[in-house]
Design a protein around this ligand. Structure first.
Ligand code: UDP
Ligand code: MG
Length: 325
């Protein structure tokens, strides 16, 4: 009998519509993996309620009463997908040999979990779930995602293309990941930096089972900006180069204008003047904005505020409830 304890961490934000089905499928997967002797029967599912305003927490507590393999964590408010994942991973780490993170909406194929575990037993510390097909995502989402991965690559940030937050981490990888105590977290940028032996498992991404995406356009843009500015200073550099180029151009213009003046040609047309004021003003504002973005980050980081607050924890207190083999 294998002693490998797995915890499946599932962030949930207003997911009452999908949760019963998700729970059913995840328990089935756990059961199959125990049968296949891949994990111990002490393995569990850990739902992280990220400040939901619907019945999500009620469902989680009910599932946990019904089955000792289900536990939950309730955050005190909505902290966002990434921090909910971190809260779950850090809590699960203490009593797990490996952790798998998966979204609550069943878009990721739960059957890939078995393959993750096989890879884990082969000695991989990190297993990435990679979407083979993205047909079910909208045209817009697919293409903006593609553009984002391309841009990150250009900026020198290592990402696993078409991999979201569906992955397995061994205890060793989790311990190292826990050392990244940054406030502005972009988990999928950090994980490849950990190193370790890693593998990919391909799966087809499905339609959301029920409910709607919690990532509207505004959040997607924020998330992309977070990814870029947390890992790269290229935008600051670009702003500097752009600024320098305009200063040089301005110098040339000044010389040209002076020459025209001494030659007796009146400087005509204020439109070019106005245009350059607008243009330069715009460029400067952009540059200030970019710099501000980073200063904002420094501001946030220096405060060392707690990244998340746990209001209720069913994970750490009910080990005795789990049936032993
Ligand atoms: N989620 C969360 N907190 C949030 C937003 C989302 O915990 O503030 C969870 C959500 O319940 C889901 C996962 O993060 O399990 C991914 O969200 P979603 O499926 O809405 O994103 P999409 O797949 O559309 O990018
Ligand atoms: Mg989803």
């Amino acid at each position: 009998m294998t002693e490998t304890v797995l915890t499946i961490v599932v962030p949930c934000y207003n997911e009452e519509e999908v949760l019963p089905e998700t729970n059913r499928q995840l328990l089935e997967v756990l059961h199959e993996a125990v049968e296949a002797n891949l994990i111990s029967s002490r393995s569990r599912v850990l739902y992280v309620d990220d400040g939901s305003r619907d019945r999500t927490w009620d469902l989680i507590t009910r599932f946990s009463e019904e089955n000792g393999q289900v536990t939950g964590l309730k955050l005190s408010r909505n902290f966002g997908h990434q921090l909910a994942l971190i809260a779950g991973m850090e809590t699960a780490k203490e009593q797990s040999d490996c952790v798998i993170t998966i979204d609550a909406d069943l878009q990721d194929d739960v059957h890939a979990i078995q393959q993750f575990l096989v890879k884990f037993h082969e000695g991989y510390d990190i297993v990435y779930g990679v979407r083979g097909k993205r047909d079910t995502d909208t045209f817009f989402k697919r293409n903006t995602a593609l553009a984002f991965y391309k841009m990150m690559e250009k900026l020198g940030v290592r990402l696993v293309p078409n991999h979201a937050d569906f992955r397995l981490l061994s205890r060793k990888a989790l311990d190292e990941f826990a050392k990244y105590q940054e406030e502005n977290v972009f988990i999928r940028g950090i994980i490849p930096q950990l190193g370790f032996k890693s593998a990919k498992v391909y799966y087809d991404r499905k339609e959301r089972f029920a409910g709607e995406s919690k990532y509207p356009l505004k959040k997607m843009v924020q998330f992309a900006l977070e990814g870029i500015t947390s890992f790269s200073v290229a935008p600051i550099r670009a702003a500097t180069y752009l600024g320098a180029t305009f200063v040089i151009m301005a110098c040339v213009m000044i010389i040209y204008t002076l020459v025209q003046y001494f030659l007796g040609h009146a400087v005509t047309g204020w439109s070019s003047l106005i245009l350059s004021i607008w243009l330069l003003g715009g460029m400067q504002l952009t540059a200030i904005g970019v710099i501000g973005e980073y200063i904002g980050k420094i501001f946030k980081e220096t405060k060392h505020r707690p990244r998340y607050i746990i209001e209720k924890n069913l994970f750490s207190c009910d080990v005795s409830k789990i049936k032993q083999e």
